[in-house]
Design a protein around this ligand. Structure first.
Ligand code: ZN
Length: 504
């Protein structure tokens, strides 16, 4: 155990009191004797529910390794298969495929294959139970669909970096409830696909114009790009897609946002463009930097409000004072001079959303203080598997999986290579395989779409197995295919290889 982990564990166990002498400086909250990190604007009950949710989901994965060790210990006994199934059912909540257990007495258990199988199976369980798991906290979220409508938006399209540390960005870091007006599309380095976004924007705007959102026909589309940085280890735990260079990460995300606006204005005329917002996340503390737009919606890398600073400066205030302080910080940013200067204050609706985001994030800062000693003990990668293709959004939790967005392996090779490199350090180094879930969406309203999604899965799987042939041959890479229906009736349903392929 490293020092930070040990200190966190000791503190959690009440073995040491929080004091500035005993702990490394907490980046968000340094308090004196007798004080506590308890902010007036933090929703403690929501934090409690989110923590329960996090434990429920992680609890489906954490017993896997020990269960397999137990199985391995009695694999040569006479009643192995039935005993193994009882242990699996008891500890994991599901049984294992007979094909992976039956031959154990002669050729030994294929623990790598079993491990990958369990990771996929536990993930499927989490997807299937997503609605039940989320039920306790969805209603309590600071930002829901109704609030987004009040701020003037019919759609919020968020593109964080694909880094696993940003997977919980919507429910945890931004406290946005999952709903059908919010879309989460992750890309390495937050470098979202402008053409793809124009298509999504057109589809939503067409839906609005054809009356699909009654009551909020005059609302707009908001595009948010989310970059990230590491305050404790800026040189090497920042965004890998930008070589851990924070400045590049900000400029690249902002560049994409401006390109999207320009593309839509050039195509559909001035005034057509969606609103844009740029947010940075410190992946060590989950604090955020919200860049404040000026009156014309222009963003600036230097003009932002940092929630960690807000938390620290408002910790002693009551709720009203703290809310006023947030408002003052945003106003000060709007009037900034020099490099950060803009033309006027942010548009009213967007400004309202920004104030709510900054306030809601204080709860996440305290969540990390409470459960992770103010800074995650694993500040780097710690994912369970790689998801290649299109990510599912049913499970949004920090470091659940590494995501490589791709339509074809040729096109997504760079992201896929990074994923395999990460898993060489995480799993393969310990003799475990890298589990790769190949996942695509289809729409059941479109005839033949499911078959095409399955075909795409099979092509991508074959390309992955051949690109990393050396690992595949050694049993160090396992692929599972799955598809989901956009309309929601089928969620992350596993597809097996034996399905007939009908032509190309
Ligand atoms: Zn990144």
């Amino acid at each position: 155990m490293n020092t930070r982990k040990r200190l966190a564990a000791m503190r959690a166990a009440g073995a040491i009191q929080q004091s500035s002498e005993a702990l490394p400086a907490n980046p968000a909250c340094v308090v004196g004797q007798g004080q506590r990190c308890q902010h007036a604007l933090v929703d403690g009950e929501l934090n409690r529910r989110l923590f329960e949710y996090e434990n429920t989901v992680r609890g489906r994965f954490s017993p896997i390794v020990d269960t397999l060790k137990t199985l391995s210990a009695f694999q040569h006994e006479l009643d192995f298969v039935s005993r193994a199934q009882r242990v699996a059912q008891d500890r994991l909540g599901y049984t294992l495929p007979e094909s992976l257990l039956g031959e154990a007495w002669v050729s030994g258990l294929d623990l790598r294959a079993l491990h990958s199988h369990c990771i996929f199976r536990s993930f499927r369980e989490s997807v299937e139970r997503a609605d039940i798991d989320r039920a306790s906290w969805v209603e309590r979220m600071a930002i829901n669909k109704a609030f987004l409508n009040e701020c003037g938006y019919h759609t919020v399209d968020v593109s964080p970096c694909a880094d696993g540390r940003l997977q919980g960005v919507l429910p945890f870091v931004m406290r946005i409830a999952p709903n059908d007006a919010v879309f989460n599309k992750a890309y390495a380095g937050a470098l979202f696909d402008v053409e793809g976004d124009i298509a999504d924007w057109s589809q939503r705007e067409l839906a609005r114009l054809s009356g699909a959102f009654p009551g909020w026909d005059n609302t707009n589309y908001l595009k948010i790009a989310v970059y990230h940085y590491s305050t404790s280890s800026p040189g090497d735990q920042g965004c890998a897609a930008h070589g851990s260079n924070d400045n590049k990460a900000v400029q690249a995300a902002l560049g994409r946002l401006n390109e999207l606006r320009l593309a839509i204005e050039n195509t559909f005329g001035i005034g057509a463009a969606p609103d844009i917002l740029l947010i940075g996340v410190d992946t060590d503390t989950d604090g955020i930097r919200v860049h404040i737009p000026d009156a014309s919606g222009e963003l600036n890398p230097q003009r932002y409000v940092d929630s960690i600073v807000l938390y620290r400066e408002t910790i002693d205030m009551n709720a009203d004072q703290a809310r006023n302080a947030i408002e003052t910080a945003v106003a000060a940013s709007e009037q900034a001079d020099g490099w950060a200067r803009g033309q006027g204050g942010a548009p009213a609706g967007l400004r309202r959303l920004i104030l709510r985001l900054l306030e809601a994030n204080l709860s996440q800062i305290e969540y990390v203080i409470q459960h992770h000693a103010g800074r995650y003990s694993v500040i780097g990668h710690d994912e369970d598997f790689i998801c290649a293709g299109e990510a599912t959004n049913y499970v949004q939790l920090r470091n659940k999986f590494y995501y490589a967005h791709l339509d074809t392996v040729e096109e997504g090779a760079a992201d896929m290579d990074v994923g395999i490199k990460i898993f060489t350090g995480l799993n393969i180094r310990h003799g475990l395989a890298a589990p790769v879930l190949v996942h695509f969406h289809y729409s059941s309203r479109v005839p033949g779409a499911r078959e095409r999604a399955v075909l795409r899965c099979k092509r991508v799987k074959a390309a992955i197995l051949s690109r990393y042939a050396e690992l595949t041959d050694k049993g160090l890479l396992h692929c599972q295919m799955a598809v989901s229906d956009h309309e929601g009736s089928e969620r992350c349903v596993f597809v097996e290889d034996d399905i007939e392929e009908h032509g190309h």
